[in-house]
Write a protein that binds this ligand. Sequence first.
Ligand SMILES: NC(=O)c1ccc[n+]([C@@H]2O[C@H](COP(=O)([O-])OP(=O)(O)OC[C@H]3O[C@@H](n4cnc5c(N)ncnc54)[C@H](OP(=O)(O)O)[C@@H]3O)[C@@H](O)[C@H]2O)c1
Length: 465
Amino acid sequence: MNDVPKDRIKVALLGCGVVGSQVVRLLREDAEELAARVGAPVELAGIAVRRPQRHRDVPADLLTTDAAGLVARPDVDVVVELMGGLEPARDLLLDALKAGRSVVSANKALLAEEGEALATAARDSGADLYYEASVAGAIPLLRPIQQSLAGDRIRRVAGIVNGTTNFILSAMESTGAGYADALEEAGRLGYAEADPTADVDGYDAASKAAILASLAFHTRVTASDVHREGIREVTAADIASARSLGCTVKLLAICEQVPGGNGAAGDVVSARVYPAMIPKSHPLASVSGAFNAVFVEADAAGPLMFYGQGAGGPQTASAVLGDLVAAARNKVIGGRGPRDTAYAHLPIQPIGEVRTRYHVNVDVHDRAGVLAAVASVFAEHGVSIATVKQEGGREAADSGPGDDEDHGGGRGTDATLVVVTHEAPDAALRATVDALSGLESVRGVASVLRVEGLGRPVHALGGAQ
Ligand SMILES: NC(=O)c1ccc[n+]([C@@H]2O[C@H](COP(=O)([O-])OP(=O)(O)OC[C@H]3O[C@@H](n4cnc5c(N)ncnc54)[C@H](OP(=O)(O)O)[C@@H]3O)[C@@H](O)[C@H]2O)c1
């Protein structure tokens, strides 16, 4: 079915919201151009929505609430899914692919969860499966990873892939606002949904990390394989601490192929999402507001950076149209695009084995011996300290871990020890924090933030990485 060349391409559009309505607009406005690029006219066969009465700007005869019926129509060549959510999108796309219809989707949650099933269905029927718009909106990223870098070996993909959280963290940085105020501002300006959970708790970024890791390392990574922490706990004080160290705080999605630890043979994949300090000298540090940027490091190509608008109707529609043109061209010439290659079967590295540097604020009673007690807890757990700084208390002082002056005498006033570590496994740092909380001279561990150099030395933090 797929190999019979077509003289016109019929598209079933599932969803006509923020992105879908822009796809409809571009298909209409640029019909002639698109026909010339594809080699045949690209026409809408129908548009499935839930509430047709809300779509008065779309020809009524195209609208339907029967998405399954639309997908099953024999004249449909390509199904473009822009409805979101796992179901019914999953069943609809599997049905489409099994019937040999090519699929274009922007649905990161679905691709991260069901990428393998969808890719298998596409391979079995010879259909195309494209999903450029699912990660980083308008930015051409998946195709460069999958095709342009197909002959190279990618080691790391790291970036800012969620505009809402980047807007919030940028606002905290530029105005000194706390998390709640910055979130409210993001909502008011349309950068955060009424329910921001998927963004601020890192679910959206984790889905994108799963897709990126799968493509970059030719393996299968699902959203549940991705270690995920959101930005709710990031405070104005964390942002200020970062600034004083020449860093900024970003929600990062990091995917790496690294040698296995604990005696594991071969490489493993680490995929993780969390807020982290990065040096202001890193290109990702200057990515602010709702923009996205992804840093790719490959053996031969070296570092590459992809930057642009990661969301928005027209922006995301641009990526969808790019996929649609590719799928339509293949239908016209009777061919098919490149397949996902998930041959590597790499194990997932547990978060406890992931090595990073840490910035830890420890609230203490400022009195004799406290610095030595805190330093020895780090040492006992194998976490090497790069610098310690005391803030507050009777006097603030920069000091090394062995320098243990009596700043307060007796019970002392309250102070904060700002500790920056060398690289250590996450499990060791967690154990250190638990043990610190049990020290009589420690009032509490106020914050723990990872410090990611992303291939660059973090000079301001002291010590080698
Ligand atoms: N918005 C962005 O900037 C952006 C960026 C990148 C990726 N994406 C992805 O693109 C997809 C679409 O996002 P969006 O922002 O355009 O969503 P949206 O504005 O909420 O639109 C969803 C559309 O799907 C329709 N729909 C939902 N469930 C349906 C069902 N069961 N049957 C038929 N139609 C159904 C809705 O119909 P009604 O209008 O009748 O309710 C609506 O037209 C999502 O997967 C999203 O993650 C979005």
